[in-house]
Design a protein. Structure first.
Lengths: 314, 307
């Protein structure tokens, strides 16, 4: 159960996010709508990774693959004139779920170091595949012909797009909360702490873990579909493994094994990037050592700093 | 004619293979012995390439570049181990991934600050710029031939070092039971630092030899790192022998795939389909190979014996 103090903090955070377009309009700074929409999209990706990383203990270093597949599922049909958002989103979710099914079926047979490297290698495989398909932009990528067309919603309007993304994130958090506290989530968490025992009790843990892996991949694909709408550009670099690393950093920075932690982590990471890169083009020389320090000395993440944020449930 | 082309591409595959092996040998020891996922190994490869190239361009002597870059990268590797990585041995793999990812960002940016983001000018050392006759009718660039010879020599030395010397015995003992080795009075921390620095020097050797063939630029380490990870996973984590076999196999498959997959496919699918399918399949080939190996042997081809 979330404590009262934490509920107030989280509710306040949600209200603040909902007010971003209003405040940006008052300040005549439309840039902030763009920045926070980007944060929300990466937050969706980070929450999906946390589902397997934090709750399931599966250290996947290939999450960017699904992001990329989602992006291609929007931009490639758009380049052939199919701009129905529903078709594109369905394709993004299904294609990334299918990829996650194949990747998961192979990599979940292994564990530990092997699992990390295999998920990484599969993501790189998709990256090189994207580079080699010249008809779909190849190495350079290609412009998105137009943003996805959703019935009744005009994504070309920055504010409408912002609220669509926010609504999807809130929906994801709600569904995630239900899932984590359902039987499914309990099995996933128990398999993380002691898989042989779960198998001995009679659970087919492989299937549960694979299902979680596919689910996370599907949501990652959704984030990718939103991301390519955000940037209005498709590039294979969405799938580069450093992207996977960045998503992982967001999860850890915010606090893994929590639902709101990754959202905080995405915000902190992208705001830090925004501040540091305004200060110097070499901002990564600050970020890198900072990351090492966080790992060495502050492992509980930002979520652990919130009032009542010590328990690990979402 | 075709046989010569195949032979030449096989030599290219071997050359990529020994390059991968130089990286994989150090990394698989770090993975296997210290139980550390070190993604920053590619950064040491990059640092070695930059240091050697900078000294080469400044002095005009490739040998001087090598003589400077190897000990310098060894020292940098040991420094990184003492400052940051040493604290990570007891942590879980996730922490190791994140911290070494942070190191990658640092090294890439540090290199970009000193030498800029564009590729550094470099060239094959003049003495090795020519070609040599390997077989009647088959001429091969001398520089690439030297890489193959150096790589195979290092593999032999390494095998002797690990299996025949006292240091190698300690390394193997430390891998199977760290506490026991420490209890017997061996300074295991110093041993780890030495092994790490040694691995860094091997990576630097790979990097400085790669410089004149590939680009010397920020991020060059990550391109090869992922292929090296494939090598290690195929060979089995912690096994030098697995690293050697994996490296040669991956080098061959990658090179031959890029060279011959398109013409092979075009005789089956027709030239238009092969034009796009060939390069796509070639770039995926080593990952498909890895998936196939793991499907049948999840611990790799030569799993290192561990207690």
């Amino acid at each position: 159960m979330a404590t009262r103090a934490r509920r107030i903090v989280l509710g306040g955070g949600l209200v603040a996010l909902a007010l971003v377009p209003v405040v940006a309009a008052l300040l005549h700074q439309p840039f902030y709508v763009d920045l926070f929409r980007r944060i929300l999209i990466w937050a969706i990706a980070a929450v999906s990774l946390d589902l397997i990383l934090g709750y399931g203990g599966m250290v996947s270093l290939g999450h960017a693959a699904y992001l990329g597949i989602g992006a291609y599922a929007v931009a490639v049909p758009a380049s052939y004139g199919i701009d129905s958002g529903l078709v594109q989103l369905a394709l993004a979710v299904l294609a990334s779920a299918a990829a996650a099914l194949v990747i998961g079926a192979v990599s979940l047979r292994t564990s530990g170091m092997y699992f990390i490297m295999i998920t990484l290698a599969f993501a790189q495989m998709f990256y090189y595949l994207g580079i080699s398909i010249n008809a779909w932009g190849g190495d350079d990528g290609m412009r998105l012909a137009r943003r996805s067309r959703l019935p009744g919603l005009d994504l070309a309007d920055p504010t409408v797009f912002y609220y669509v993304v926010l609504a999807l994130l809130v929906l994801l958090l709600w569904l995630g909360h239900r899932l984590v506290h359902a039987r499914f989530g309990t099995v996933i968490r128990a398999a993380k702490s002691n898989e042989p025992r779960m198998r001995a009790v009679g659970f087919a843990t492989f299937r549960y873990r694979l299902a979680a892996f596919v689910l996370a991949g599907a949501v990652g694909g959704l984030a990718g579909a939103l991301l390519t709408n955000q940037t209005e550009y498709l590039t294979p670099s969405y799938m580069h493994w450093t992207r996977s690393g960045e998503i992982m950093v967001m999860v850890i920075l915010g606090g893994m094994g929590t639902l709101f932690g990754p959202v905080l982590g995405a915000a902190a990471y992208l705001l830090l990037e925004d501040v540091l890169s305004a200060w110097t083009v070499h901002w990564q020389i600050v970020l890198g050592p900072l990351l090492v320090l966080v790992v060495l000395y502050a492992r509980r993440g930002l979520y652990g700093l919130l009032p009542g944020g010590t328990s690990t449930d979402g | 004619m075709t046989a010569l082309l195949v032979a030449e591409q096989c030599l290219n595959g071997l050359q990529l293979g020994v390059m991968l092996f130089l990286m994989a040998a150090g990394l698989t020891l770090v993975f296997g012995i210290m139980n550390l996922v070190n993604l920053a190994h590619g950064s040491l490869y990059m640092v070695g390439a930059y240091l050697a190239t900078a000294v080469f361009n400044w002095s005009g002597s490739f040998v001087l570049g090598v003589v400077f870059a190897l000990p310098a990268t060894l020292a940098i590797g040991m420094l990184v181990e003492v400052i940051a990585l040493r604290r990570l041995y007891e942590r879980d793999h996730l922490d190791q991934v994140l911290a070494t990812f942070g190191l990658i960002l640092f090294f890439n940016e540090a290199v970009a600050m000193v030498w800029g983001r564009t590729a550094l000018f470099t060239r094959v050392p003049p003495a090795l710029a020519g070609q040599i006759v390997v077989l009647p009718g088959l001429r091969y660039p001398a520089y690439r031939a030297v890489i193959i010879v150096v790589g195979l020599a290092v593999a032999l030395l390494l095998y002797g070092l690990v299996s025949r010397t006292r240091l190698g015995m300690l390394i193997r003992a430390g891998a199977s039971n760290r506490t026991m080795v420490a209890a017997l009075g061996v300074n295991i921390r110093l041993l780890y630092t030495l092994v790490f620095g040694f691995g860094a020097a091997l990576a630097a050797l790979g990097g400085l030899m790669a410089g004149p063939i590939y680009n010397v630029q920020p991020g060059m380490g990550e391109e090869i790192l992922v292929e090296v990870l494939v090598v290690i996973v195929i060979g089995g984590i912690g096994s030098i022998r697995g690293a050697l076999v994996g490296a040669i196999v991956v080098g061959m498959v990658d090179t031959l795939g890029r060279a011959f997959l398109r013409p092979l496919l075009s005789s089956v699918l027709g030239p238009v389909a092969a034009e796009s399918a060939g390069p796509a399949l070639a770039s995926m080939s080593i990952y498909l190979l890895m998936a196939a190996v793991l499907f049948f042997r999840p611990q790799g081809l030569f799993p290192a014996a561990r207690s």
